[in-house]
Design a binder for this molecule. Structure first.
Ligand code: ATP
Ligand code: MG
Length: 505
C-alpha cells in the first residue's frame, strides 16, 4: 500500500481524452516527479488530486483512506496544497496578506493581522535568499515584486498550509538558478520531514537534482514509473514522446556560428525607461544575442521597449541604419519585429478566442501594412503547419485557447511568429513550460531563422538555453549592460560569476 494512490484515473474534456486510466503511487518523504510532454495530463492529474477538476472515474487513497476531494477546500482540509503554472495571488495585497490567505483555510478561529504577519514572515524567512534587496518584502504589495519573486510567494502560500502532500506543477518555470537552489533546499527539508512532494518541471536538470522516482505520462496513460538513479535522460524523453530523440544533448548545436561578420541589423542606442538606465547594443544578421544576469535587471524591459510595449524616455532604435519610430507594438510588427512574451496570459493570447484566431493574430495585425493579403485558406494552412511543426496538442483549432495545456498555449504564442517573415525576433523566456521535445523543435526554428539572416535577441531564465543558443551574452545589472561574454568564453561558471560579481561591487 502506498501513501498516495491514484488508480485508473479517467478524464475527458469534450473530445479530448486528458487521462485514460493513469495510475500514480507515491510515498511519504519522497520527491516524486510527474513527467510527460505538453498535454500528456500532468496538470489534470494534479487538479484531480486537489479538487479543482472532477475525474470521470478514479480510485484515490491517501494514507490508507479513500480520498474524497470535490472542492479545493477539501484538499486543504486533508493536507494537500498545490502551486500551479498560473499564479493565484492578489497583486494589490501585501505579501503577508497573500500568504495569510493560506491560514484562513487551516485555522478554524480568527487570527489577528499581527499574528498573520509574523506567521507569514516565518515562512518567507525560509526563502530569504530568493528575494532581491536586503529585507524580506513582507509588507510590499505582491504586484511590485518580480515574476520570479511572485512565484516564490505562491510557493510560500502553499507551504504555509503545512501540507502532507505538496504539489509543485511547474513552480520553477519563472525562477532563476539561485531561487531554484533556495526552493530545492526547502523541498529537501520538507521531504526529510516526511512530506510527499509531487514535482513537475520541463527542466530535466531539476528533475535529476531533486527527485527520487518518476511517473511518466504519455497521452493520458502511464508510460513508466522509474527510479531516476537507474534511468537516463534519453530514456525518460523516449518514454515521454514514444520515440528516440537526440534532444538533451543537442541544445544549440545547430545554431550556425560566425555571425558577427554579418552586417548589423538592429542598433539600440542609450535607451532609458522603466528599469532601463541607458542600454546600447547591436545585433547582427544571423546572430542570437543572449540577455543574461540575475532575473529582473532590465532584460524583459528592454525587449518590451524595443517592441513598443513599454515607453522609452530617451534613446534611439535603428534598423539597417535607419531610425525607427516605434511607439506601439503595431509599429514594431510593421517593421518586421516579432515578440514572443514570457507572460502569455497577459500579453500573448486572447484566451477565450479560438486557437486558429490566436495563431493568425500577428499576421492579421500586419495585414494593413504588409502587402499580399493572406486568404483564409492560406491562413488555415499556415496555422495547421505551425500546429504540426510545434506539435501543439489540441482537439480542434476552433476551440478556445484556454482549453490547451500550459505548454501548448506557449507554443501558440511562438507559432504566431512562424507565420511571419520577421527581420528581428525578440524572445522573452520563450520556452517557459514547453516540453523537452518541443523545445528542440523551437531551437530548430531559431536556427532556421538565423540561417535566413534574422537577428534574434533572447532573454531566458534557463541558463542552459541561454548558454546553448547564444553567440554572445550581455550581462544586465540594474538596467545596464555590465559585461559581455563571447561564445568562446561562455560557460555557466562565467555567467554566474559575472552576474554575481556585480552585486558585490
Ligand atoms: N479546461 C479544459 N478544457 C478542455 N481541454 C482541456 C482542459 N484542461 C486540459 N485540457 C486538455 O487536456 C489535455 C491534458 O492537459 P494537461 O493540462 O493535463 O497537460 P499537461 O501534461 O499539464 O501539459 P503541460 O506540460 O503543457 O502543462 C490537453 O490536451 C488539454 O488540451
Ligand atoms: Mg500542465
Amino acid at each position: 500500500m502506498s501513501f498516495l494512490e491514484m488508480r485508473d484515473v479517467h478524464k475527458r474534456y469534450g473530445g479530448v481524452r486528458a487521462l485514460n486510466g493513469a495510475d500514480l503511487f507515491a510515498e511519504r518523504g519522497e520527491v516524486h516527479a510527474l513527467l510527460g510532454a505538453n498535454g500528456s495530463g500532468k496538470s489534470t492529474m494534479n487538479k484531480i488530486l486537489t479538487g479543482i477538476a472532477a475525474p470521470d472515474q478514479a480510485e484515490l487513497r491517501l494514507d490508507g483512506e479513500p480520498l474524497r476531494v470535490t472542492r479545493p477546500q477539501d484538499a486543504h482540509r486533508l493536507g494537500i496544497a498545490a502551486v500551479y503554472q498560473e499564479l493565484s495571488l492578489i497583486p494589490d495585497l501585501t505579501v503577508a496578506a497573500n500568504v495569510g490567505l493560506a491560514f484562513e483555510a487551516t485555522t478554524a478561529g480568527f487570527l489577528r493581522p499581527r499574528a498573520i504577519r509574523s506567521r507569514a514572515e516565518a515562512v518567507l524567512r525560509r526563502f530569504a535568499g530568493a528575494f532581491s534587496g536586503d529585507r524580506l518584502p513582507v509588507d510590499v504589495p505582491v504586484g511590485q515584486l518580480s515574476p520570479g519573486e511572485q512565484q516564490v510567494i505562491e510557493i510560500c502560500k502553499a507551504i504555509a498550509r503545512e501540507p502532507r502532500v505538496l504539489v509543485l506543477d511547474e513552480a520553477t518555470a519563472s525562477l532563476h538558478a539561485a531561487q531554484v537552489e533556495v526552493l530545492f533546499d526547502v523541498v529537501r527539508q520538507l521531504r526529510d520531514d516526511g512530506i510527499l512532494v509531487l514535482f513537475t518541471s520541463h527542466r530535466m536538470g531539476e528533475i535529476y537534482a531533486l527527485c527520487d522516482r518518476a511517473t511518466v505520462l504519455r497521452n493520458g496513460e502511464v508510460a513508466g514509473a522509474v527510479q531516476l538513479a537507474e534511468t537516463s535522460e534519453a530514456q525518460l524523453v523516449e518514454m515521454m514522446v514514444g520515440r528516440q530523440t537526440g534532444v538533451a544533448e543537442s541544445t544549440g548545436a545547430t545554431i550556425p556560428m560566425a555571425a558577427e561578420r554579418q552586417p548589423v541589423v538592429l542598433q539600440v542606442e542609450d535607451v532609458v525607461g522603466d528599469r532601463l538606465a541607458g542600454v546600447s547594443l547591436e545585433v547582427h544578421a544571423g546572430e542570437v544575442l543572449g540577455l543574461g544576469g540575475l532575473a529582473g535587471q532590465g532584460q524583459s524591459a528592454l525587449l518590451a521597449a524595443i517592441f513598443g510595449a513599454q515607453r522609452r524616455r530617451s534613446g534611439r532604435l535603428l534598423l539597417d541604419g535607419r531610425e525607427l519610430r516605434i511607439r506601439r507594438p503595431s509599429h514594431a510588427v510593421a517593421e518586421g519585429i516579432a515578440f514572443v512574451p514570457g507572460n502569455r496570459a497577459r500579453e500573448g493570447l486572447l484566451p477565450v478566442r479560438p486557437i486558429l484566431e490566436n495563431l493568425t493574430l500577428a499576421s492579421m495585425r500586419g495585414r494593413a501594412v504588409v502587402p499580399g493579403v493572406l486568404s483564409q485558406k492560406r491562413e488555415r494552412a499556415a496555422a495547421d503547419q505551425a500546429v504540426e511543426q510545434l506539435r501543439i496538442k489540441l482537439g480542434s483549432v476552433n476551440d478556445p485557447v484556454s482549453t490547451l495545456s500550459g505548454g501548448n498555449q506557449q507554443k501558440v504564442v511562438v507559432g504566431k511568429w512562424l507565420l511571419e517573415q520577421p527581420r528581428v525576433v525578440l524572445l522573452d523566456d520563450p520556452t517557459k513550460g514547453i516540453d523537452v521535445a518541443a523545445k528542440d523543435e523551437l531551437y530548430e526554428v531559431i536556427a532556421r531563422l538565423t540561417e535566413e539572416g534574422v537577428a534574434v535577441i533572447l532573454n531566458s531564465s534557463d541558463d542552459e538555453e541561454l548558454l546553448g543558443l547564444s553567440h554572445r551574452v550581455l550581462v544586465f545589472y540594474e538596467g545596464r549592460v555590465v559585461d559581455e561574454l563571447h561564445r568562446a568564453d561562455l560557460s555557466r561558471d562565467r555567467l554566474v560569476a559575472s552576474s554575481l560579481q556585480v552585486v558585490d561591487r
